[in-house]
Design a protein around this ligand. Structure first.
Ligand SMILES: [Zn+2]
Length: 363
């Protein structure tokens, strides 16, 4: 099982120049190989195209990490495989200097990549300052590293690790179940009555983003100020995205540690953000990300995320007696049943989802 972790890195000036060169060389090689491949398919003439061939013609390719160049070839091959499988998605495209992601991937070969304290050692680049904000377990094995330069100008290293197989939880012990109801205004309501919402600082950053975007709209496009402001907007975007990820990571970790089986509604996120005007909170797809994190965190521990059919009447059913209340209005925040059950509407739904997940799991 593999797991990726992303860390901020702080390359010095020399290293930043080498990163820029590597991004450029990878893009150049990709485009060049794509052209040659296209030509060879048109003429029917098979040509052998490996990075080594191109290095003869363009010796400056030797200045950068050779494994990164090998990965370019693999990327291109994958692009062609995908194209063959799904022709409707179009022929592989050229990478643009301005619009493509600035990144390259390098792999662990003979101990060429090492994390030593506050530094990560990379081929050709040497030791780069890294902020390891989370502990990496000793038994995780590093596989590859992707270096990325974000539009904000910050650098990150996404490191892929191989984890040892998780020992499944002791059998025979009672499974712990939880149901989660996705609330439109917040994030989630749990069957145990707790709620998870984005913290206040997150909304604050969103307000800041709106402010900076308004400023950007007032700048003259193409001007120096415009470029500066654009960078600022990108930095706020990045901050929000990091805050969200951080929050969702912590929440999913907490839940995965506390429960073995977690039920959620199988909602179609795209349809939801289109049909309802709850816009932001749905379209930023925090819940989708949350589900993904929850899935792998549970699986790591031998647990499981269970998706409950979205036509399952989680809101209308009384979680105590099972009676269906057809006339439940969206405005009814409290679920009241003839049997005497009185519950918060979302908690009632979450309990139903929990029971349905347990039923699905048992069958
Ligand atoms: Zn009832």
């Amino acid at each position: 099982m593999n797991r990726a972790m992303r860390f901020r890195i702080e390359p010095n000036k020399e290293q930043r120049i080498l990163f820029a060169k590597t991004f450029g060389c990878c893009r150049f090689l990709y485009n060049r190989m794509l052209t040659d491949r296209t030509l060879s398919e048109m003429t029917g003439e098979r040509i052998k195209s490996t990075p080594a061939v191109y290095k003869k013609e363009f010796p400056w390719l030797r200045e950068v990490d050779s494994i990164a160049l090998c990965n370019v070839q693999l990327d291109l091959e994958k692009a062609f495989r995908d194209h063959r499988k799904m022709p409707e998605r179009g022929y592989p495209r050229y990478k643009s200097k301005h619009h493509s992601k600035r990144s390259y991937k390098t792999n662990l070969v003979n101990d060429n990549i090492r994390i030593e304290g506050k530094k990560i050692r990379l081929p050709k680049v040497g030791a780069v300052k890294i902020r390891v904000h989370r502990e990496i377990p000793d038994d995780w094995k590093l596989k590859n590293v992707t270096i990325v330069k974000e539009p904000s100008g910050k650098y990150y290293a996404s490191i892929l690790f191989e984890m040892p197989e998780s020992e499944n939880q002791a059998n025979g012990t009672e499974k712990r179940y939880l149901g989660i109801d996705y609330a439109m205004d917040g994030l989630a309501v749990m069957s145990d009555g707790t709620r998870a919402e984005y913290p206040k600082y997150y909304r604050k950053s969103e307000e800041k983003l709106a402010r900076e975007q308004r400023k950007l709209a007032r700048c003259v496009k193409g001007s120096r100020n415009y470029a500066k402001q654009k960078c600022k907007v990108a930095a706020v975007h990045e901050k929000i995205s990091n805050q969200r990820k951080d929050f969702l990571h912590k929440l999913s970790r907490k839940l995965a540690n506390g429960y073995d089986v977690i039920g959620v509604e199988d909602i179609d996120m795209r349809a939801m953000s289109q049909s309802l005007h709850f816009g932001k909170s749905v379209s930023d797809n925090g819940f989708g990300m949350f589900r993904t994190m929850l899935t792998y965190k549970l699986e790591e521990q031998g647990g499981e995320l269970v998706k409950v059919d979205r036509f399952f009447p989680s809101s209308k059913r009384c979680s105590k007696c099972g009676k269906i209340k057809e006339d439940l209005a969206l405005s009814d925040r409290i679920y009241r049943c003839e049997c005497g059950c009185e519950l918060d509407r979302d908690v009632n739904a979450a309990i139903n989802i929990r029971m349905e997940a347990a039923r699905l799991r048992a069958s």
